[in-house]
Write a protein that binds this ligand. Structure first.
Ligand code: NAP
Length: 247
């Protein structure tokens, strides 16, 4: 099916690498102006790569866990672009430990980066989005938020929290034709998963019915659909893109 995309302003957090970079590049290829956010300056190279292809992008180096920094960035963005119509909450980190060994700092870092950040961006951008009477809020969750995972209490709680936020946004914003959905990837080959040992990777592989790790394109394709005009009748859902892990 050929998807329809009218040019919009899109913002992707964690666009400097991995899944977020693939999403940013895919949205830019559809003609959207893509605002690329990352903590370090990785977003600058990604935005430049998009510009080099004759497409539209701008980089914003922002710590998404910092509510003041996000609010300031949102003000600047609204002043320059009027509104963001496609918001992709993708930035995320892991600080894995069993609960009995997990520090409060490790808990709070993951909750603020992976969950509170989505609230900060929505809060900063939602009013102009409602005035556009068209919007897409897409949050990248995880199979861990669907079924839990030993050693990832902080990450699972944050990702499951995104599901609650998503369902609530769907209800609050439906009257303005704004949809809110989450995508729950399984094991995707990126920097985040590169640090796992070969032994753990082989163990994870044995739990994936489709028998392979996912690629960033597998996730970007789902986001592409949800962001398109055709995705406009889907809201409040969590889509597993995990090779069958969460069956
Ligand atoms: P990644 O390769 O580690 O990239 C993470 C991106 O998020 C980077 O661009 C990073 O910025 C940015 N980021 C992290 N903390 C930030 C902060 N405080 N402020 C701003 N940006 C921040 O991760 P990934 O594997 O692509 O994962 C992307 C999302 O998918 C995450 O939410 C993750 O939980 C989720 N996910 C991944 C997998 C997987 O198997 N890879 C599975 C399920 C879910 P810098 O580039 O500046 O460091």
């Amino acid at each position: 099916m050929h998807l329809t995309h009218q040019p919009r302003v899109a913002l992707v957090t964690g666009a400097g690498r991995g899944i977020g970079k693939a999403i940013a590049e895919r949205l830019a290829a559809h003609g959207h102006t893509v605002l690329c956010v990352s903590k370090s300056d990785t977003c600058v190279a990604v935005a430049q790569g998009i510009l080099d292809k004759g497409q539209k992008a701008k980089a914003y180096q922002v710590d998404v866990a910092d509510p003041v920094a996000v609010a300031k960035a949102c003000e600047q963005i609204i002043a320059e672009y009027g509104a963001v119509e496609i918001l992709v909450n993708n930035a995320g980190i892991t600080r894995d430990k069993l609960v009995m060994a997990m520090s409060e700092t490790e808990w709070n870092e993951v909750l603020s980066t992976n969950l509170s950040s989505a609230f900060y961006w929505v809060k900063g951008l939602v009013r102009p989005m409602t005035r556009k009477r068209w919007g897409r809020i897409i949050s990248i969750s995880s199979v861990t938020g669907v079924q839990g995972n030993a050693g990832q209490a902080n990450y699972a709680a944050a990702k499951a929290g995104l599901h609650g936020l998503t369902m609530t946004l769907a209800r609050e914003l439906s009257g303005r034709a704004i949809t809110a959905n989450a995508v729950a990837p399984g094991f995707i080959t990126t920097d985040m998963t590169a640090e796992l040992s070969d032994e753990i990777k082989q163990k994870i592989l044995s739990f994936i019915p489709l028998g392979r790790f996912g690629s960033v394109t597998d996730i970007a394709a789902m986001v592409d659909y949800l962001a398109s005009e055709e995705g406009g009748y889907i809201t409040g859902q969590v889509f597993s893109v995990d090779g069958g892990m969460a069956i």
